[in-house]
Ligand binder design. Structure first.
Ligand code: PHE
Length: 454
């Protein structure tokens, strides 16, 4: 990072290179959302129907809202609370800061548990790789670990401690370089697994499940799930992209950055689907197995590959890194707020966020085992945090951000930030603004009402 700029008494850093900008935005977007959450959500919601609706949402809501967040962040070079305070005197818009900070902490609370599972699976691959592919044994193994309580809680804390180290050192030096190097490797490994899956007996059934939409399955709850997944996967609605783009230089092309991020993110999710579903049918797993899905299916794939142990090590290591680049970005939302608005030191802010997320992480890890009776609205604590953030806070934040940029923000600012008529044809900018004014707010409102009632 260089060229620090003074804003409201604190200096706001900048990303050094364009490549770094892509690496951190893609690093934020690509994570457990693509490899763990997408297959299980698609599995629960009928496969092809879910994928189709998901792709539509990425195009008409995802890319426009990424642009909207980037416009706000780069224009103000400020955190999610400060940005709205700088752009409007109306206090209402600052609610986005509350949504962003609450949502980021909620996600950290359950995401760290799953990231902790990847660490345990990494440890097992290294020390006691068993080469099992029987789903009932893998199921029993996952159960024994996840319901243990303290062990997964300890892994979640461990993961958050590693997240803390990266954050305390400053995001860009470590994470920017690490993402640059390692994200392409994850992609290559996934391609190898996809080719492998395409040779499995369950290939046809798996691909049909993933790619053939059964239109009768498109229900309000599938739409709510797909919308939540689109926002989750692109890290939208909480101000992650506002926070990151505050660190962009004025020359960074926003529409291109948003599109590259969305395309790579979607591609990774589809690759994960191609990797998982043929194996699901080959090994007799249920597509609707839920959060445990990839943790039971992937080890079966590794067991049947030559050098399976090392594939397994490489995969869980890269998945852990992909998770880390995402948790770093969500932690940066409250950290930037505490530093820029509350005048805390970066160290103090990082420690505060780490301690809160560790507390949430422990409770949600325990909710698979000893504390599973503690429920909120009928959901375990883990499921509650996931539902609250993905299906409510992210789309709600996304709706407010769309309305703000579509209707309230001066169009000249939008044109200037998106490079209308210079870097980007005017009609593309108009299409983005149209989606922000009409499609995203109306779509989110309708899906909310029908999905939450239905
Ligand atoms: N997009 C990340 C993933 O897919 C998760 C995330 C959500 C990151 C919200 C930041 C904010 O794993």
């Amino acid at each position: 990072m260089k060229n620090k700029v003074k804003i409201s008494g604190t200096s706001v850093p900048r990303f050094a290179t364009r490549m770094g900008v892509i690496a951190v935005t893609v690093g934020s977007a690509v994570g457990l959302g693509n490899i763990w959450r997408f297959p299980y959500e698609a599995g629960v919601h009928g496969g092809g129907a879910f994928l189709l609706v998901y792709l539509v949402f990425i195009a008409v809501m995802g890319i426009p809202v990424v642009c909207a967040e980037m416009i706000i962040g780069r224009k103000t070079h400020s955190n999610v609370h400060g940005a709205f305070a700088a752009l409007s005197h109306q206090r209402f818009w600052r609610v986005t800061g509350v949504i962003g900070i609450t949502g980021a902490l909620a996600i950290l609370g359950f995401y760290s548990v799953v990231a902790g599972w990847t660490l345990e699976y990494l440890r097992q691959s290294l020390t006691s790789f068993s080469g099992i592919h029987s789903q009932s044994l893998l199921h029993a193994r996952f159960d024994a670990f996840a319901t243990n309580g303290w062990l997964p809680a300890a892994w979640a804390v461990m993961f958050l401690a590693l997240n803390h180290i990266v954050l305390a050192r400053g995001v860009q030096k470590g994470i920017e370089r690490m993402s640059n190097l390692l994200m392409p490797m994850l992609f290559v490994i996934m391609l190898v697994f996809c080719v492998n899956s395409l040779m499995m007996p369950g290939m046809k059934e798996g691909l049909t499940f993933l790619f053939k939409p059964d239109f009768s399955q498109i229900t309000p709850s599938v739409c709510l799930g797909a919308m939540g997944q689109a926002f989750f996967s692109l890290s939208l609605g909480l101000g992650t992209m506002i926070t990151y783009s505050a660190y962009f230089n004025d020359g960074v092309p926003l529409v291109r950055t948003a599109s590259v991020t969305a395309v790579l993110d979607t591609l990774t999710a589809i690759l994960a689907g191609i990797m998982i579903f043929p194996a699901v049918f080959t090994y007799g797993e249920q597509p609707a197995a839920g959060p445990r899905l990839v943790f039971e299916v992937l080890p079966a794939i590794f067991a049947d590959m030559t050098g399976g142990q090392w594939w397994s090590v490489a995969f869980f290591l890269l998945l852990f890194i992909a998770s880390l680049t995402s948790t770093v970005s969500m932690s940066e939302i409250p950290i930037a707020y505490l530093v820029q608005q509350r005048g805390m030191s970066r160290r103090g802010a990082t420690l505060t966020v780490t301690l809160i997320s560790m507390a949430l992480g422990v409770v949600s890890a325990m909710s698979f085992g000893p504390w599973s009776d503690f429920t909120i609205c009928g959901l375990t604590f883990f499921n509650f945090l996931d539902f609250l953030s993905s299906n409510i806070l992210l789309p709600l934040g996304g709706m407010i951000i769309s309305v703000f940029v579509g209707w309230v923000l001066d169009r000249a600012v939008v044109n200037e930030q998106l490079g209308s008529g210079r870097q980007v044809p005017r009609r593309i900018v108009s299409a983005i603004v149209f989606c922000l004014r009409w499609v995203a707010p109306a779509g989110i409102a309708i899906i909310f009402i029908t999905g939450l009632i239905g």
